[in-house]
Design a protein around this ligand. Structure first.
Ligand code: SF4
Length: 476
C-alpha cells in the first residue's frame, strides 16, 4: 500500500514531518523517505530500507541533517521515494501512492508522443511509478496541468504530494478517491496525511478530506484549490475491514467503530453457540469486540501477538516468509482454549492456509468447537486499483480455486457473489470443510456497507462484487 505525509509551517517542520510520516508505518515495509526544502532553497532528502527496521529507528540518527518549513515524507511499498526531479517546470520533490496498471503504455507514450528524451533509472529492470508520474507531469505547461493529465492517463490510482523549489506544497487525491487524503491544521501550520491518526498527537485538528481527484496547494493558513473534486468516489472499503489504522477516520467514518459495527452485524446475522468471541490479531480484534458485545458473550484472547518484534501488521511480500511470520507471531494460551467453544473473527480469507493452520493448533490445544466469522464477503477478484498485496493472481484466492475445480476456467463468477445462491452456499461449505471449522460465515456486502456508514455508491467493493465505477465508465 504505502502512505504519505506533508507539512507546511511558519517554523521548522521537521519534527512534525518525521512523526507524521512514522504514523503511516503500518502501510508499508519497503522504503521510507523524507524531503524538505532547506533554508538555502535546496532539497534535503533521505531514503532508507525499512524492510528489517522501522522508519523511526532508521531516521533518528540523521534527523539533524534536515531543516526547513515545508517537507514531504512517505512509507513506500513500491519504489524508493521521495524523488527529486529537475524538469522544465523547475525542480520538485514528489511522492506517490497507488497502482499504475498501464505503466508500460505510459512509458512508451513518453518516449514516442511527447518527444521526451528520457532515461529512466532502474534497479531490477522495472521503472518506478513515481518516476513515470513525474515525467508525465513534466510534459504539461504547469504542475497543475501535469497532475490533471496523470489522473486522465493512469489506469489504477495515483495519489501524490509534490513540493516545488519555490516551497509550494501540493496534494492530489487519485481520480476516484480510492485512497484517502486528510487535511489537518494547527496554529501556523498545515499537515496533509493519508492516515488521520497522525494528526491528534502532533496537535493538528482535522479540517477535511480531499474529494476524489481534487488537488490543492497547501499553505500554513489553509488551502487553495487547484483542481475541483470529481463527482464519483470509490474509496477502498478494505481500509475499514483490514489495513486502515483503528484510530483513523476517512470521510468521517472511524475504522475502529466501523469494525465494532461489522462484528455486531455478524453476531446478528450469523450467531454462534460459543463461550467467548475472539479476534485474530490485529484487525480481527475489533471485529470480535463488536461480536462479543452484540452477542452478550465474553471476549477472550486465546492468541496473543508477540508485539516487541512483530509489531507491524503488514506482512512480507513472499509467501514462505509470510507463513513463517504468521506462525511465529501468534502465541496460544492453552487455558483459554481447552474444552471451549470459541467464535473467531478475522478480516478476510485469501488462501486460507494460515486460518487452516490456526484451526489445527486450536484443536491440538483441546478446542471443542471453532466457529469462524469473516468481516467481509468472500474475496472473488484481486484488487486492480491500489497496491494491495493480499493476492497476486486470481487463483491465490481459495474461492476462485474452488470455482475452477468445480466449473473450470471461464465460469460465471457473479452467482458466487450472491449469498442467497446455492453456488455461494456450496463454496462456503467447501472452505469450511477444507479449513476444518465447526461453522463458517462471511459478512454480506450490504451489512459491511452499513457498518462503514457511507453510501454504497461511494465505496469500492470490487474485490467482492466485481463491480466498479471505472469499469462502468469504460463501458459508456
Ligand atoms: S478492489 Fe478491494 S482492495 Fe482494491 S480498492 Fe476496491 S475494495 Fe479496496
Amino acid at each position: 500500500m504505502g502512505g504519505f505525509c506533508g507539512v507546511v509551517s511558519n517554523s521548522d517542520c521537521v519534527s512534525d514531518l518525521f512523526f507524521g510520516t512514522d504514523y503511516h508505518s503500518h502501510l508499508g515495509t519497503h522504503r521510507g523517505g523524507m524531503a524538505t526544502l532547506g533554508p538555502e532553497g535546496l532539497f534535503i532528502r533521505g531514503i532508507h530500507n525499512i524492510s528489517n527496521a522501522p522508519f523511526r529507528s532508521k531516521f533518528d540518527r540523521e534527523l539533524e541533517r534536515f531543516s526547513g518549513k515545508v517537507g514531504i515524507g512517505v512509507i513506500s511499498d513500491t519504489d524508493p521515494q521521495p524523488l527529486v526531479m529537475t524538469s522544465k517546470l523547475g525542480t520538485f520533490a514528489i511522492v506517490t501512492v497507488g497502482l499504475i496498471n498501464n505503466i508500460e503504455e505510459i512509458k512508451q507514450e513518453l518516449f514516442d508522443k511527447h518527444n521526451v528524451q528520457l532515461q529512466f533509472s532502474t534497479t531490477s529492470g522495472m521503472v518506478g511509478p513515481t518516476e513515470v508520474v513525474s515525467a508525465l507531469i513534466a510534459t504539461r505547461p504547469t504542475i497543475v496541468e501535469g497532475v490533471k493529465y496523470v489522473q486522465e492517463r493512469v489506469q489504477g490510482s495515483c495519489s501524490m504530494l509534490i513540493l516545488d523549489d519555490k516551497g509550494r506544497l501540493y496534494a492530489a487525491r487519485d481520480k476516484y478517491g480510492r485512497t484517502p487524503i486528510v487535511l489537518g491544521k494547527k496554529d501556523g501550520a498545515m499537515m496533509v496525511v493519508q492516515e488521520s491518526c497522525a494528526l491528534a498527537n502532533l496537535g493538528y485538528e482535522y479540517v477535511r478530506d480531499l474529494g476524489p481527484g481534487e488537488m490543492v496547494e497547501i499553505i500554513p493558513e489553509g488551502v487553495v484549490q487547484k483542481i475541483a473534486p470529481g463527482d464519483k468516489m470509490a474509496i477502498c472499503a478494505f481500509l475499514w475491514v483490514y489495513y486502515g489504522f483503528p484510530a483513523s477516520s476517512y470521510e468521517g467514518r472511524n475504522v475502529e467503530m466501523a469494525r465494532y459495527r461489522c462484528g455486531g452485524a455478524l453476531a446478528r446475522r450469523y450467531p454462534a453457540p460459543a463461550d467467548a468471541a475472539c479476534g485474530i490479531p490485529d484487525s480481527g480484534t475489533s471485529h470480535a469486540l463488536g461480536f462479543a458485545h452484540e452477542a452478550g458473550i465474553k471476549y477472550a484472547r486465546p492468541f496473543v501477538k508477540y508485539t516487541p518484534t512483530w509489531a507491524r501488521s503488514f506482512m512480507p511480500q513472499d509467501q514462505r516468509t509470510r507463513e513463517h511470520v504468521a506462525a511465529m507471531k501468534l502465541i496460544p494460551i492453552a487455558g483459554l482454549i481447552k474444552d471451549k467453544s470459541l467464535v473467531f473473527c478475522d478480516d478476510s480469507i485469501v488462501r486460507g492456509t494460515q486460518l487452516g493452520k490456526q484451526a489445527e493448533r486450536l484443536y491440538r490445544d483441546g478446542c471443542r468447537e471453532t466457529h469462524m466469522r469473516i468481516a467481509c464477503p468472500p474475496l472473488m477478484y484481486p484488487c486492480e486499483f491500489i497496491n494491495f498485496s493480499r493476492s497476486k493472481s486470481v487463483y491465490d484466492l481459495i474461492t476462485r480455486r474452488y470455482v475452477r475445480g468445480h466449473e473450470g476456467e471461464g465460469a460465471d463468477i457473479e452467482k458466487y457473489t450472491n449469498p442467497e445462491s446455492e453456488e455461494y452456499a456450496k463454496m462456503v461449505e467447501f472452505i469450511r470443510e477444507k479449513l476444518n471449522l465447526t461453522s463458517l460465515a462471511f459478512q454480506t456486502v450490504d451489512d459491511l456497507v452499513k457498518a462503514i456508514g457511507l453510501p454504497k455508491e461511494k465505496l469500492c467493493t470490487y474485490c467482492w462484487t466485481g463491480r466498479d465505477v471505472s469499469k462502468e465508465e469504460e463501458q459508456k
